[in-house]
Design a binder for this molecule. Structure first.
Ligand code: AMP
Length: 213
């Protein structure tokens, strides 16, 4: 099962992709996570991506298409994968079509998780993630029992450098200008579905499971 999760920053696609990946035993391919790892490692890709990520802009299509092309060749993607945060431009969607065709693969579902933009700013600026196990938290909706510490594994919680209000607003406008057109790219295909990301997390998860069967 090959899936694409779309939606504005903060809609919950990363959190949901993580849970769906676990349920269906397929990897979550998050270009954001891969780029953050590259920045942290100081690799060539990381050095090229850093400035765009810090400002909330997009990293070049060439870089992200290269990353995804390499990643879907890995053995753990043979049984399917979830693309989380890719494609983010029409050019990336077109490049993905070529990559899939070359590998005789197809996308089974493109799921757009929708949300209201003002709610997104509040959601993103309150969130943190465990640096050890990846569990997500939010200062209003899901605060950890002990500040800064993961309830699940005791790891330290970290806040993303680009989760500040100014950068979030830029990420939202970049989404409207460059990523929203990708929805039109997929909308007319039979595999496109929408899920209301304003529901609580469990309800969003259930809606996704209903679609995936
Ligand atoms: P995310 O974790 O998906 O919110 O991504 C964080 C940042 O990584 C974005 O704001 C972009 O700077 C960059 N990024 C992630 N995925 C892509 C993509 N498909 N195309 C371009 N830039 C991306």
């Amino acid at each position: 099962m090959n899936l694409i999760f779309m939606g504005p920053p903060g809609a919950g696609k990363g959190t949901q992709a993580r849970q769906i990946a676990e349920k269906y035993s397929i990897p979550q391919l998050s270009t954001g996570d891969m780029l953050r790892a590259a920045v942290k490692a100081g690799s060539e890709v990381g050095l090229k991506a850093k400035a765009a990520m810090e400002s909330g802009g997009l990293v070049t299509d060439e870089i992200v298409v290269g990353i995804i092309g390499d990643r879907i060749n890995e053995a753990d993607c043979a049984g399917g994968f979830i693309l989380d945060g890719f494609p983010r431009t029409v050019a990336q969607a077109e490049a993905l079509e070529v990559m899939l065709k070359e590998r005789s693969l197809k996308i089974d579902h493109v799921i757009d998780i929708t949300a209201d933009s003002e709610a997104l700013v509040a959601r993103i600026t309150g969130r943190s993630t465990c640096s050890k196990c990846g569990e997500g938290y939010h200062k209003q909706h899901k605060a950890p029992a002990k500040a800064g510490i993961c309830d699940k594994c005791g790891g330290a919680l970290a806040t993303r450098a680009d989760d500040n209000e100014e950068t979030v607003r830029n990420r939202l406008s970049v989404y409207e200008a460059q990523t929203a057109p990708v929805i039109d790219f997929y909308k007319n295909g039979g595999s496109f579905k929408t899920v209301d990301g304003m529901q609580n997390m469990d309800a969003v998860f259930q809606s996704l499971c209903d679609i995936l069967g």
